[in-house]
Design a protein around this ligand. Sequence first.
Ligand code: SAH
Length: 194
Amino acid sequence: MNSLTLKILFMVGLGLSLVIRFPYRQEQRQNTIVDDRKTSQEKLILVLIFIGMLLLPLIYVFSSWLNVANYRQPIWINGLGVTTFTIALWLFWRSHHDLGKNWSPTLQIRDGHTLITNGVYHHVRHPMYTSILLWCIAQALLLPNWVAGWAGIISFGIAYITRIGKEEQMLLDRFGDEYEAYKERTKRLVPYLF
Ligand code: SAH
């Protein structure tokens, strides 16, 4: 696949991800927040993700500024990228669907928050993060550029490492033994593995 086709595919996926998230963002705005752990570190994480997963890929797609960092890759890598991208988008949709009103872009508990342990949440505790990780891998496979391709994995990797413990602590504070039992029987990102 030539780089234009790959760029178009990436943009289509980006558009779909925005469409998937839109109704949840609208709904989330109406929530009454009872526990807000949006620290300045959390805000920094959101900026980092914006740069790594949106800004740099858009610069790569719409300008030639990052072209010095381009490289070539075999066609099968593109096929792998498209497959990974498709799975990532499906899981992104499915985890939003299962989390419903409990979704938020940052660490928050809403009034009436319920612990979701069904659907894809039956298999892992953080399926949305699994989908974002898959997305970042696909970003690297679809955009053959050392900066735009790999910025997603780096920014999400930092975000995940700094956020995950705090998110689980927040849910533990809210749901106590129920979350403890859920933790006992599930892995974070990949069923049976980790
Ligand atoms: N980490 C989850 C959800 C990401 S959205 C995932 O990757 O699928 C972030 C918000 O989801 C957090 O603020 C938290 O309040 C909420 N959350 C995370 N896991 C949850 C669960 N099992 N049930 C209900 N809310 C959850």
